[in-house]
Design a protein around this ligand. Structure first.
Ligand SMILES: *[C@@H]1O[C@H](CO)[C@@H](O)[C@H](O)[C@H]1NC(C)=O
Ligand SMILES: *[C@@H]1O[C@H](CO)[C@@H](O)[C@H](O)[C@H]1NC(C)=O
Ligand SMILES: *[C@@H]1O[C@H](CO)[C@@H](O)[C@H](O)[C@H]1NC(C)=O
Ligand SMILES: *[C@@H]1O[C@H](CO)[C@@H](O)[C@H](O)[C@H]1NC(C)=O
Ligand SMILES: *[C@@H]1O[C@H](CO)[C@@H](O)[C@H](O)[C@H]1NC(C)=O
Ligand SMILES: *[C@@H]1O[C@H](CO)[C@@H](O)[C@H](O)[C@H]1NC(C)=O
Length: 218
């Protein structure tokens, strides 16, 4: 005789396994990245185009290409402005969208100076440390560290019109209004892509959509 109770339990177990399997695959955040994302880099007194191009592992010419109105040539970088840095946006471990840059250490570096100065707050010390074996207080004087910068490839549920996104570190003094007017986009659109964010918090990342290959520099 077949034990109906046992059959029931097996079916229930199977259903449970299938549904939890489905839920976890739905929860996998990304399965692919996109060819291009931009990082908004605020230039500061130590910035120069050649160093910045090394930080993001690209050529100077590639940086100039995405900043046609802001960088006339590699020797004339204006300070205290935002420039666009192009990079490939990858799906990392199925968990989030980002790019891992290879950064060459020099002797006075800490995760904090790398995040706040070299990468101009496109990432944080904590987020860099997650992808490196070195202790934060014991960085070697030479060698490489992984510097992970988050990015976005858009969200077809919000709009299919935007495929290029700018990873934008908020700065003190900015507001949703100042950002949306500089980007020439509606506040609602920017808020939809950044739910729950306090745009006046002066730090942290938001994602700003762009229509074409080149975003209006601001
Ligand atoms: C980083 O340093 C290595 C040697 O340690 C060198 O081969 C490489 O070219 C450097 N990369 C950059 C982007 O400067
Ligand atoms: C990055 O953020 C820190 C802390 O908010 C700030 O002191 C620093 O000046 C910022 N870096 C740049 C390049 O603006
Ligand atoms: C990057 O994204 C991950 C996953 O959403 C998040 O946990 C992390 O805090 C983000 N890093 C930064 C620097 O915003
Ligand atoms: C950087 O990431 C690579 C790939 O995950 C890893 O093999 C390497 O050990 C990391 N570097 C450091 C300094 O932890
Ligand atoms: C702002 O965007 C509108 C379309 O949404 C466009 O007509 C206008 O020319 C843009 N203004 C600037 C300064 O780019
Ligand atoms: C947003 O952040 C700013 C600066 O930290 C703070 O003054 C303000 O109260 C915050 N707004 C909200 C709605 O939490």
């Amino acid at each position: 005789m077949l034990d109906l109770n046992l059959v029931f339990q097996l079916v229930a177990l199977l259903l449970f396994l299938t549904s939890s399997c489905l839920t976890s695959s739905v929860q996998s955040i990304c399965n692919k990245g996109c060819d291009l994302a931009l990082g908004s880099y605020y230039t500061h007194y130590e910035s120069d185009v050649v160093s910045i191009s090394r930080f993001i592992n690209t050529d100077v010419s590639n940086i100039l290409k995405y900043n046609p109105n802001t960088i006339a040539n590699q020797d004339s970088l204006q300070l205290f402005i935002r420039i666009n840095l192009p990079f490939h946006c990858d799906c990392i471990n199925g968990e989030f969208l980002g790019h891992v840059f290879n950064y060459n250490l020099s002797s006075a570096d800490t995760y904090e100076t790398i995040a706040q100065e070299s990468y101009s707050n496109l990432t944080t010390a904590e987020w860099i440390q997650r992808f490196n074996t070195y202790d934060s207080d014991r960085l070697p004087d030479t060698g490489n560290v992984n510097v992970t910068v988050n990015c976005s490839c858009g969200n077809s549920k919000i709009s299919k019109e935007y495929g290029l996104f700018l990873t934008y570190p908020l700065r003190p003094g900015e507001t949703l209004e100042s950002i949306s007017s500089a980007a020439n986009l509606s506040s609602d659109l920017i808020r939809n892509y950044n739910p729950g964010v306090n745009f006046s918090q002066g730090s942290g990342l938001i994602y700003i959509p762009g229509r074409g290959e080149y975003l209006v520099p601001f």
